[in-house]
Design a protein around this ligand. Sequence first.
Ligand code: ME8
Length: 653
Amino acid sequence: MTTYITTPIYYVNAMPHLGHAYTTIVADTYSRFRRLCGDDVRFQTGTDEHGEKIVQAAEEQGCSPREYVDRISAAFQETWPLLDVAPDNFIRTTDPEHIRVVQEILQKVHDRGDIYFSQYSGHYCKGCERFLTEKELVDGKCPDHLTVPEEISEQNYFFRMSRYQDQLIEHIRENPEFITPERYRNEVLSFLGEPLEDLCISRPTTRLTWGIPLPFDEKFVTYVWFDALINYLTGIGYPDGPDFAKYWSVAEHVIAKDILKPHAIYWPTMILAMGLTPYKRLHVHGYWNVDETKMSKSIGNVIRPAELVQEYGVDTVRYFLLREMSFGLDSSFSGEAIVGRRNSDLANDLGNLFSRTLAMIGKYAGGRVPAADERSVTDEDRALIDSMEAMVSSYRSSMDSFAFHKGLQEVWEVIGELNRYIVTNAPWELAADPGGKKRLDTVLYFLAESLRLIALVVRPVMPRAADKMAAALGLKEAMVTATLATAGRWGVLEPGTGVTKGPQLFPRLDTGKKQEQKKKSGGGKQKKGQDKKKEKSAATMEGLITFDQFGKVDLRVAEIIAAKKIKKADKLLELTLKAPEERTVVAGIARFYQPEELVGKKVIIVANLKPAKLMGVTSQGMLLAAKDTDEQGQERLVLATVAGDITPGAKVA
Ligand code: ME8
């Protein structure tokens, strides 16, 4: 299979920021994922360098447009390697080859009768670099830039977009995946419910010279969109290069919602007018805000990718952005949120699982992955294989449909299962038991093989962590570069493979220190209200939680109405609770309570815990209990119960 994935080409009137970084990391992750699936992939990004905004920005900097675009384009090109973003092509709209192709296409569309000359007057928004329709204005202003558009009347060239309206509607209807997520497809279809106006595609040279001259009238230059969108063709050698034939039919574009209309309406109609078939898929994501506030230079809360990487490390930044944002919806960035994900998902869940497993293989198996003993494989082990294989398959479909957050969530669910697997199997107890060797070997093999699969699937998101994991697990080069089809199944890791306990994958970030550093480095550009927010989050970081955070835990009284042992798990009991609806909870209390003594007890449960599978049983909550050791060093556990007349389901607060 073949994949062609692109980002927008970014305007050089601003330096790279968090929003640019997100889109480009998404495209990079997707390209790595498709390579993992064995595809021949081409990934393109670049810079958009013509237009009034650029001339203005250059004037403000006191340099020529040429000097200015070279400088900012270089800043974009230097940023991507810092984020481990590796495009195959970086295109600039000032490249001579691009200029030649734009002129060739303009001529072709003109010759076909789809470009005409006409008088025009309308509301021109400088920020959008286009005329806005009456309907788009909100209180007479551009809704995106909150400025009153200029009334301009001039003669210009127009693209006969209206001619392709019906064809476009049909194409969108026949191809449900053409624009995703669905909400954006619906938005476009609803816009197309009204007659389309033709698109003004030129500026007179009396008003703008920093653009591509129209081949049929030198007194005009192209309007930015007719120039910029064509980059997706130029970059693959339109019209007759071999790469064009190979990649155009599979083109996929990633953008944010701000440029939906140009990509979902102008671009496909332009393509139809050229006699080509439209791109394959358009993936539209939401906007990143910062601390719930719009990112803006005047507020001083613009997040720079290079600083992020320096502070948190590239893998953490990539993981955070993809895990935190539900693709398609807006999301908010905060230092607290990224540190939270780093410490809980990466350091606690994945990092600890990895270091504990390697340490145990070192201690109990001489640093070599032992072979699993067929006869000591339990139902729990078989359930684990099923979970791992199910994870690989759902990860694959989530990543393919750009639900990165979901793909990662699925991976982290099995990481949670593996951490529980260590607890229920207690390898240290097996090691202390003279007859426990075979079971111990089996448990260690299952852990190592699961980690190999996890290293494989996290690779597109965190290439560096995946490399470290592969090296520590002693994987050979061929295993590291293998595709999902060959390496994404159970049982590939060879017993006897030597493992090494390298440095920690994700050391915990000392949150207190980070806050301190921030204060020292004068990260105080925020508004006053935001400073307050920061103070609040500092309190959270030092181990205190806010009332709101506590309020998120739904504690309830539950009555135990049935209890039974779970086969082959001597520490677990399966409980049926009334709270007030019936639910099942698996509790690690079998060593402390007999099932029959539990029925009728009113306990306290965490009712809104994400369900988790334990030994094949889905547990929907957690019981509260107190634990300590008696004088002989024996562990004790007592459930938190409530006395008195209270209905099951009552809230504990
Ligand atoms: O529109 N959150 O360039 P541009 C998420 N040159 N993504 C964001 C974002 C935010 N807050 N801010 C920006 C242009 N982006 C044209 C494109 S393409 C043929 C021409 C990202 O520099 C997002 O991908 O304004 C958005 O679509 C893009 O930057 C806009 O970049």
